[in-house]
Design a protein around this ligand. Structure first.
Ligand code: C5P
Length: 240
């Protein structure tokens, strides 16, 4: 498979065409950004870590019957993925109160949530990715009611698989963000990435943070934290 011209450059990844119209090349970058791009740093090794972690997670999801865009890891920083049309929603699942939820509703970070919470954010940089309701999704004609139900069901399934998997690696899955895409056949599949950039991951015993909050809050080395996750997911220690 051949890497052709760049289609898109995001904050953390570059996307390229390939000689197969149904497949894209994804190159993970070493850039770390937070607060809608306000805080920015180059961190050597971040691209490799996210590519490897994301690969392990997509493989786990595939093994559990959750359809996703991942095809193959190609190199330290590159993946081959299926081409889909991204639905402009960030689907966030929360098991424990943290981050923006804690700020918005005034519940202390670390409080357990009984029934996993699913939220939708409208992917729009100019608007700052606002939280939106299902009625807003209908108003904006982003997705049908049925598609929204599918997104919620898929997000909950991903949560069940990943929560159990991380737990077996002594990691608490606090919350995470997913993006979905439509295939040419009109099926909704998981896309984008699942990595410590897009999840909150805390040590099961100490609640030490091994995710992008380390960078956002300036509380340690991002690569040290992501190495812990890679190792626990199977770099060294075997998990179920
Ligand atoms: O900031 P907030 O608490 O809403 O984030 C919830 C989860 O979604 C966190 O795991 C965060 O890393 C992820 N997220 C993301 N990309 C965004 C916003 C949030 O990956 N643009």
């Amino acid at each position: 498979i051949e890497k052709l011209e760049q289609l898109y450059e995001g904050k953390a990844k570059r996307i390229y065409k390939t000689n197969d119209p149904n497949l894209l090349f994804v190159a993970y970058k070493d850039s770390a950004t937070a607060f809608n791009g306000e805080k920015k740093e180059e961190i050597t090794g971040k691209g490799r870590l996210n590519n490897e972690i994301s690969t392990l997670i997509f493989e786990k999801l595939t093994a559990n019957g959750i359809e996703n865009h991942f095809v193959k890891r190609l190199s330290e920083t590159e993946q081959l993925v299926k081409k889909v049309t991204i639905i402009p929603l960030e689907v966030v699942v929360r098991n424990v109160v943290a981050g923006s939820l804690s700020k918005r509703i005034g519940i202390e970070e670390g409080t357990e949530i009984k029934e996993p919470l699913v939220e939708f954010y409208y992917k729009d940089d100019a608007l700052g990715d606002p939280l939106i309701t299902e009625d807003h999704i209908a108003l904006l004609q982003i997705a049908t009611k049925d598609q929204v139900s599918t997104l919620k069901a898929l997000a909950r399934q991903v949560n069940e698989v990943l929560k159990a998997h991380f737990l077996s690696c002594d990691v608490r899955l606090i919350d995470f963000k997913l993006e979905f895409g439509l295939t040419d056949e009109g099926n909704i599949i998981l896309a984008d990435e699942v990595s410590p950039d897009t999840c909150r991951l805390w040590d099961i015993h100490t609640n030490e943070k091994f995710d992008k909050d380390v960078f956002r809050r300036g509380i340690g080395s991002l690569t040290d934290a992501y190495e812990v996750i890679l190792t626990r997911l199977g770099g060294q220690k075997e998990c179920t």
